[in-house]
Write a protein that binds this ligand. Sequence first.
Ligand code: ZN
Length: 169
Amino acid sequence: MILKDPDPILHTKCAPISILQGKRIAKRLREAYIEARDNSKDTFVVGLAAPQIGIPKNVFVALGDVFINPRILSVNKSEINSEEGCLSLSDVYRLKRFKSIKLTWTDEARRQRIMNLEGKYAVIIQHEYDHLMGKLCSEHAAINEFQTKIEKIKREAVEDNLKSLGVVS
Ligand SMILES: [Zn+2]
């Protein structure tokens, strides 16, 4: 069973876990992920995070890999546009994501990994990572829309100023 927004667990910051616990949850995530993938004909399922199956712990699966206690160490501030759907939401949202991220996590073989991720892969990981922070892509979209509004107001204010100065008509 995959939780749907506005379930409070989807908005809970997840807790760190032991590797053993992480592997157990990952097994359940994989099963839920395969079931969801087989049941959704029009959604492209690429990942699933523990809170989506009701467990507020730091683990997700994405593109077949397991990420236990992942942590973003740094980001490349340039952004790319992204269109994202989520098994916990019914709409598709437009938002901005960092172009690349440096991530550390523990994998299924108990190895501590550190990697620079770019493009589509970085976007998928940021989406799943957000789930662990109790955040959904719909919230980003709302923020982006809000920022756009502020920018529009600022732009209009500048234009009004220029008009009053006779620079533009
Ligand atoms: Zn999601």
